[in-house]
Design a binder for this molecule. Structure first.
Ligand SMILES: [Ca+2]
Length: 356
């Protein structure tokens, strides 16, 4: 009954939002997603950050330091025991999370978190193991990834090459580190699943896969293996980039549509007067689906035609998006102090992508 009520409540919100804006009505008619088919799979989440799925089970990280398991409509909040104290700085905490390829045998997952100790504040990538509904930090893969007041990066995915990729931020106070190949900040990192450096990384003996990033929080590969990334720009100028090994993506040398030799310009930008605050992203059917926090939407980008449109609106801030088959899953992020929580926020939603 609670789920049914939540569903009706949402349908009313979505309908009200649409009738107020003629422009949005037009967009909805063109949208591939039927908002009336939106389902809530879980609610009362606390700043959820990352979606992982295996079979019918979801694991969501919550930034304050827990993992929520969702199975058969039931929500179980699982404790996470870390070696270091979780940082409480803005945007910091338990961020990226991805189940290992052999999770069913090992109960292990990769996690990215921000911590603070006597040596300062950093991010690290670790292996967690699930035992009796408690996750424990088992192994350290990469430590002392720069952190600061903001911009901790934090998205992790396993690529089609079987390597673990992680996005790291410029730590806000010292953006020049994004251009410094000796620093792990402002980068996309690539590693073997045991934490070692792959022999074929573009910078020898380095985790650095690409550099010049400000605060990247989204990664997605096409079925052909092309990698795209989403990134928070300075004062708007958010970016979607096509990522190639060893390339420089510009920050803080250039921003937005500015150009410079030997620097890659973004495939899409939000422009100087518009902010998406893009976070998690997924790829399906030739399109990228990007969770937008400030944009309060899921935005669909077509890298071939360069078209873009909002396909989900009216639910507030969106943190991550995940596609399995024809289902698109996403989590809201209205409890992070920067949004206006709806009743029982935050939530995990599902909607069917229509065939096009
Ligand atoms: Ca850039």
């Amino acid at each position: 009954m609670a789920r049914l009520l939540a569903f009706i409540f949402l349908a009313v919100i979505v309908a009200a939002g649409c009738s107020n804006e003629e422009k949005r009505e037009v967009e909805d008619k063109e949208a591939s997603v039927q908002l009336s088919e939106l389902q809530v799979l879980a609610d009362e989440l606390h700043i959820p950050w990352s979606i992982s799925q295996i079979g019918e089970i979801f694991y969501l990280t919550e930034r304050p330091g827990s993992i929520v398991k969702i199975e058969d409509g039931k929500r179980e909040r699982q404790k996470v025991m870390l070696e270091k104290e979780l940082a409480t700085a803005a945007e910091a905490g338990l961020l990226g999370f991805v189940l290992t390829p052999d999770f069913l045998q090992t109960n292990e997952a990769f996690a990215y978190y921000t911590y603070k100790d006597s040596s300062g504040q950093f991010n690290r990538i670790v292996v967690l193991q699930l035992e009796n509904s408690v996750w424990k930090e088992k192994r350290l893969l990469v430590d002392k990834i720069p952190s600061g007041q903001y911009h901790h990066g934090g998205r992790m995915k396993i690529g089609p090459d079987g390597k673990l990729y992680a996005t790291t931020g410029d730590a806000a106070t010292n953006p020049e580190i994004a251009q410094d190949l000796q620093s792990l900040g402002g980068k996309i990192l690539r590693m073997n699943v045991d934490g070692s450096i792959p022999d074929d990384n573009p910078v020898p003996n380095s985790y650095v896969y690409s550099f010049g990033h400000r605060n990247p929080q989204g990664l997605a590969w096409t079925s052909e293996g092309t990698l795209y990334e989403s990134e928070h720009g300075p004062s708007a100028n958010d970016e979607i980039n096509l990522i190639q090994a060893g390339k420089n993506y510009g920050w803080p040398v250039i921003k937005g549509i500015e150009k410079k030799a030997a620097i890659e310009s973004p495939l899409f930008t939000s422009g100087a007067n518009n902010t998406w605050a893009p976070s998690g992203m997924a790829y399906a059917n030739g399109k990228l689906y990007v969770a937008a926090l400030r944009g309060n939407a899921i935005i669909e980008f077509n890298p071939q035609t360069k078209e873009q449109r909002e396909i989900i609106t009216g639910l507030g801030r969106i943190r991550d998006v995940f596609i399995e088959g024809n289902s698109l899953y996403f989590i809201s992020n209205n409890t992070d102090g920067r949004g206006n929580p709806l009743e029982k926020d935050d939530k995990l939603y599902r909607v069917e992508l229509s065939a096009q």
